[in-house]
Design a protein around this ligand. Sequence first.
Ligand SMILES: CSC[C@@H](O)[C@@H](O)C(=O)COP(=O)(O)O
Ligand SMILES: [Zn+2]
Length: 202
Amino acid sequence: MANDAQLIEDLIGAGRLFHRRGWVPATGGNFSARLDAAHMLITASGCHKGELAAADFLVADLDGRPLQATRKASYETLLHCQLYRFDRGIGAVLHTHSVANTVLSRRYEGIRLSGYELLKLLPGIATHDAEVVVPVFENDQDIARLAAAVDAHMHRHPQMPAYLIAGHGLYAWGATVAQARWRVEALEFMFECELRARLLKE
Ligand SMILES: CSC[C@@H](O)[C@@H](O)C(=O)COP(=O)(O)O
Ligand SMILES: [Zn+2]
């Protein structure tokens, strides 16, 4: 596994890229990477995700408790914990607030993606001739309750490649920071296509 410094560098790079693309406006979004079976690195709450520095990361356990009490972990830490606890193969979790994911998630209960070449970036898909539905959960400021809803859904649909929160954003993950970033890039591209295609039809 990559060392802490490399993981932080990779997460800072993802933040810069996502901010350039307009996917993490202001302090929106949060990022994490697994350190071991019981710990993760996660962004502190309230920092600008395009301007992250090493000091903006802290170590927390998978119950969301920071090891050092110097900074507060992301408000949405429990959503990251849920994913790491659900699947030991998950090594990184990235959350974005793009225009496309926000508009689509306010309007639909799930986003059906089919026929896109970039679907092949998602787990278990080897052809464009496939279909996935990215579910949309109701937004909830009670993050423990939201994490429980996601967990219940994932137990019924373990192949779920990512999820949206209505009017809020995307959660995607991967075995490494790079893989999670590629999946965010692929999903945001397909959401942008869906938004434009749906506008054309209206
Ligand atoms: C300040 S608006 C965005 C937050 O409410 C939240 O949705 C978010 O993505 C960032 O929260 P954070 O606590 O910085 O990780
Ligand atoms: Zn958010």
